[in-house]
Design a binder for this molecule. Structure first.
Ligand code: PXP
Length: 249
């Protein structure tokens, strides 16, 4: 199987909210999240990733329901493990959920989820979602104890947090890549699907390719940023082209 790309379109919604946050039903609201999702799919995205945050700063509830109805690939819903968002996920039945930590003040997801420290509450949500037909992923730092804890609570997948890898250079980046590799190897041996994401770009991808067993990358910011200059379709195609260098899958 080739390496799959989940395109995170949160920042298309960020652009919409910058102007139309208080008038979302109006006739002139743009850009359309649905159009972005359909364009991403036609450019070759394997899934559409969105994060419904507690503060609804970009994606709002209507987007989740609309995309679930209209997209033709898979929906990957990122969410904090709160009763409110869990209730929505159980109603929407996305193909995948990725559990993330969520702090109101953060600019973006800042670190991996502490699965080890909250196994019981996460296990309860995972089992409800999986019984409801949604495969669940844990967004974790490349920490072996977090990988083991994710398997223990019944998650199907982990998404390895590549933010530190992306932000560092040289030896520090190599060190983080080695941690990602070890986490992927352990995850695979425990029967988990291995995904990765955060901060990935066409420029740093090649250095990630020492990490084995990767199934899917979730990439948002750099694709949406690049699309300002070349359009969403071309930005996604550039990313897919860069991903062809991955030979482990
Ligand atoms: N994966 C997860 C769990 C995330 O929270 C994010 C950011 O929303 C991404 C992937 C995508 O990160 P980026 O926007 O830096 O590509």
């Amino acid at each position: 199987m080739s390496l799959h790309l989940g395109v995170n379109i949160d920042h298309v919604a960020t652009l919409r909210q910058a102007r139309y946050r208080t008038m979302l039903g109006a006739h002139n609201v743009e850009p359309s999240i649905l159009q972005a999702a359909l364009e991403a799919e036609s450019a070759g995205a394997h899934s559409i990733t969105i994060h419904l945050r507690a503060d609804r700063r970009h994606i709002v509830d209507e987007d989740v329901y609309l995309l679930r109805r209209e997209i033709g690939t898979m929906m990957n819903l990122e969410m904090g493990n709160t009763p409110e968002i869990l209730g929505i996920a159980l109603k929407v039945k996305p193909h995948f959920v990725c559990m993330v930590p969520e702090n109101r003040e953060e600019v973006t997801t800042e670190g991996g989820l502490d699965v080890l420290g909250q196994k019981d509450v996460l296990r309860a949500s995972v089992s409800q979602l999986e019984a409801n037909g949604t495969r669940v992923s844990m967004f974790i730092d490349p920490d072996l104890d977090q990988v083991r804890a994710s398997a223990e609570i019944g998650a199907s997948m982990i998404e390895l947090h590549t933010g530190t890898f992306a932000n560092e250079l040289g030896e520090k980046r190599n060190h983080e890549a080695a941690r990602l590799k070890a986490a992927a190897e352990l995850g695979q041996s425990l029967g988990l699907q291995i995904n990765a994401g955060h901060g990935l770009t066409t420029k740093n991808l090649a250095e990630l390719f020492i990490v084995p067993h990767l199934s899917e990358l979730n990439i948002g910011h750099s694709i949406v940023a690049r699309s300002v200059f070349v359009g969403l379709r071309a930005a996604i195609q550039e990313m897919l082209e860069a991903m062809k260098g991955y030979t482990y899958a």
